[in-house]
Design a protein around this ligand. Structure first.
Ligand code: ZN
Length: 85
């Protein structure tokens, strides 16, 4: 299924709640002291390598809506159109 317009709702269930992607984080640093106590892990994802996340899913029905690259292209095209008008 190819979409040609930027979707404002899910084409499957009609929900406008939102979307999500599934990313995989590699080499996430989980810090703890020698005593096993958890240390500040606020930056644990900062140096992680992220893969995946190529598909866009509906938050309501979990069905695939489109590829993330398609969504980004449509968003860029919509933004360019809005800047022109
Ligand atoms: Zn849906």
């Amino acid at each position: 299924m190819a979409i040609k317009q930027l979707p404002d709702r899910c084409p499957h269930c009609g929900s406008d709640w939102g979307i999500y992607t599934k990313c995989t984080y590699h080499e996430v640093r989980c810090c703890e002291g020698f005593n096993g106590e958890e240390l500040d892990n606020g930056e644990m994802y900062d140096n992680a390598r992220v893969t995946g996340g190529n598909l866009v899913y509906c938050q309501s029905c979990d069905k695939v809506i489109c590829r993330l690259s398609t969504l980004e292209k449509l968003r860029a095209a919509t933004q360019a159109r809005e800047e022109k008008s």
